[in-house]
Design a binder for this molecule. Structure first.
Ligand SMILES: C[S@@+](CC[C@H](N)C(=O)[O-])C[C@H]1O[C@@H](n2cnc3c(N)ncnc32)[C@H](O)[C@@H]1O
Length: 194
């Protein structure tokens, strides 16, 4: 279906890995932004001086993608963040458990690449939107070997149930990205950008 088709020829994204990127995971976030947002929406939602929280940030590929756009990032992970990412001066590293982390004030973005049970990640993403801790969220669901479709449906139902208790309008989409076949990436947003 045209509405559900890839923006790239044969579905293969022609994205360049940022120079000196701390991890190839960085490509996943870049691809997700291209899949879920139009170029106008990217301009609108990824602006310098915006704020983000990166849950499970080490070694810092996703944080680096945010920093490259001038976005300030709180990087939550017990692991270390690459020195070049810290040297940007835009990153605050918090060695905390992402599941207990509460932001001091609302942020524009929460991104999450933690290897955990998909349903836990889905609940975490829904909680961030339901509590208005962020406006946009990109999260990866690391799928089990079997019953992958069922797991995604379950995650979707969990998110819908949490958000049904709020009056928050939202957009939820999932996509299997070219840069990671073992995962499904979700985009959840309470603010529909232009
Ligand atoms: C796949 S790696 C993230 C890679 C990162 N997105 C990048 O681009 O470099 C997953 C990270 O999640 C972290 N992690 C796992 N459980 C966590 C938790 N409960 N709280 C915070 N971080 C966690 C791990 O330490 C690991 O660094």
């Amino acid at each position: 279906m045209p509405a559900n088709s890839s923006p790239w020829f044969m579905g293969i994204p022609r994205l360049k890995c940022p120079p000196n990127t701390p991890s190839r995971s960085a490509m996943k976030l870049e691809e997700a932004w291209h899949v879920f947002l139009t170029s106008k929406q990217r301009e609108e939602t990824l602006r310098p001086r915006m704020q983000a929280v990166d849950l499970g940030a080490a070694p810092g590929g996703w944080t680096w993608q945010l920093v490259r756009r001038g976005i300030q990032v709180i990087a939550v992970d017990n692991g270390s963040i690459a020195p070049m990412v810290m040297e940007s001066g835009l990153v605050k590293h918090q060695t905390l458990d992402a599941f207990g982390y509460i932001p001091l004030h609302p942020v524009d973005w929460m991104v999450c690449d933690i290897v955990e049970q998909p349903r836990r990640i889905a609940q975490l993403a829904a909680q961030w939107i339901a509590k208005k801790w962020c406006q946009h969220c990109i999260f990866n669901l690391k799928l089990p070997m079997k019953k992958r479709y069922d797991e995604i449906q379950l995650c979707k139902a969990l998110i819908l149930a949490i958000l049904a208790k709020t009056k928050i309008p939202y957009r939820l989409v999932f996509k299997q990205l070219y840069h990671d076949r073992e995962e499904v990436t979700g985009y959840l947003s309470s603010k529909q950008p232009l």
